[in-house]
Design a protein around this ligand. Structure first.
Ligand SMILES: C[C@H](O)[C@H](O)[C@H]1CNC2=NC(N)=NC(=O)C2=N1
Length: 93
């Protein structure tokens, strides 16, 4: 069972994720893409990483904007899996 990150640990790890913020116990990042097709391509690429990890983001895809919200359902908050997925998303960006 994944463990929730303690708030001091999480804040320390967020230093390496400057484009992410904590919102309602989720790690959240929103990005603008040139058009919907580019946003969709990003979602597909992130989805492949998520499948490889068996850890899946909440995704909100609008015309030129994609918003990712990361949390671990079984722990009801942010765990190391979410931090790892955030780094993988950053790498894709
Ligand atoms: C059964 C399956 O392994 C679980 O539902 C996995 C899949 N992906 C998941 N993704 C996320 N974000 N949180 C989970 O707790 C989770 N659990």
């Amino acid at each position: 069972m994944p463990r929730l990150l303690a708030s001091d640990d999480l804040l320390a790890q967020l230093a390496d994720l400057p484009d992410w913020r904590l919102e309602d116990d989720r790690l959240v990042r929103a990005v603008e893409r040139p058009d919907f097709a580019a946003g969709l391509a990003l979602v597909v690429a992130v989805g492949e990483e998520a499948e490889a990890m068996n850890h899946h983001p909440d995704v909100d895809l609008r015309s030129t904007r994609v918003r990712f919200a990361l949390w671990t359902h079984v722990a009801n908050g942010v765990t190391q899996y979410d931090v790892e997925l955030a780094h993988r998303i950053d790498d894709l960006l």
